[in-house]
Design a protein around this ligand. Structure first.
Ligand code: DX5
Ligand code: ZN
Length: 226
């Protein structure tokens, strides 16, 4: 994907849950590309966010694809309901899938993009034997479970290693980075090879979230000549 402009996926986890429709409208009106939807079960990660009924409500208002990040054990049980709740992309965690190849096939059979998320301690090389079967890899740049955490610097190295791993085998692979993304690291992430940036607290705590999305979308490396 590296010749295209990078994608921006605001994370609804940081939205105002009591005013979801206005935050969804803001993302609809913005330059964002996807809605990032974080589903947590309190088992795989030490937090519970929201589930499929809330996602269905979001889907009714969203005019952009839903990029769903399942931070749950045994995600196979929920793939169908996830698709039926409006998912375009379904990302499962490597660490939660003993039969990852089967899980990826099931996601594709539903007609969704198949994604794999890697915790910060999980090396990208573990994807070597399935790299051709993956549409999207989500490199976690924080430990999953909470918004507003500090970005882990080793992420840049992982992006480059993943691009090398996919070279010639899966050149359309979308590399997504999730956690602690701000304007301080966005340009360097794109330079390293990120195709999609997830941003939660940085967008929704901004004075003007719609402008912040635009700024994240405009970062570029090398800067475009005027
Ligand atoms: C963390 C989630 C992230 C989170 C990012 O477990 O997967 O998507 O919403 O939030 P920020 O951008 O605040 O780190
Ligand atoms: Zn996420």
């Amino acid at each position: 994907m590296s010749n295209n402009k990078h994608l921006i996926a605001p994370s609804i986890l940081a939205a105002d849950f009591a005013n979801l429709s206005s935050d969804i409208k803001m993302v609809n009106d913005s330059e964002a590309d996807w809605f990032h939807i974080d589903i947590m079960d309190g088992v795989f990660v030490p937090n519970i966010s929201f589930g499929f009924p809330v996602m269905q409500a979001i889907a009714k208002h969203a005019v952009k694809p839903l990029d769903v990040h399942l931070m749950i054990v045994d995600p196979d049980r929920y793939l169908k309901v996830c698709k039926d709740s409006g998912a375009a992309n379904i990302t499962v965690h490597y660490e939660a899938c003993p039969h990852l190849h089967r899980t990826l096939s099931a996601i594709k059979e539903l007609g969704c993009r198949a994604g794999v998320a890697l915790n910060p301690h999980t090396p990208v090389q573990l994807l070597k034997d399935v790299i051709q079967d993956i549409d999207l890899v989500c490199i976690m740049s924080v430990n999953p479970g909470f918004g507003g955490q500090k970005f882990i610097q080793n992420t840049y190295t992982k992006i480059k290693e993943l691009r090398q791993l996919a070279a010639g085998v899966n050149d359309n692979l979308i590399i997504e980075v999730d956690g602690g993304v701000t304007l301080d690291n966005a340009a360097q992430l794109v330079k390293a090879g990120a195709d999609a940036l997830v941003a939660g607290s940085f967008v929704f705590s901004a004075l003007s979230p719609i402008n912040t999305i635009k700024e994240l979308k405009m970062v570029d490396y090398p800067p475009q000549m005027a």
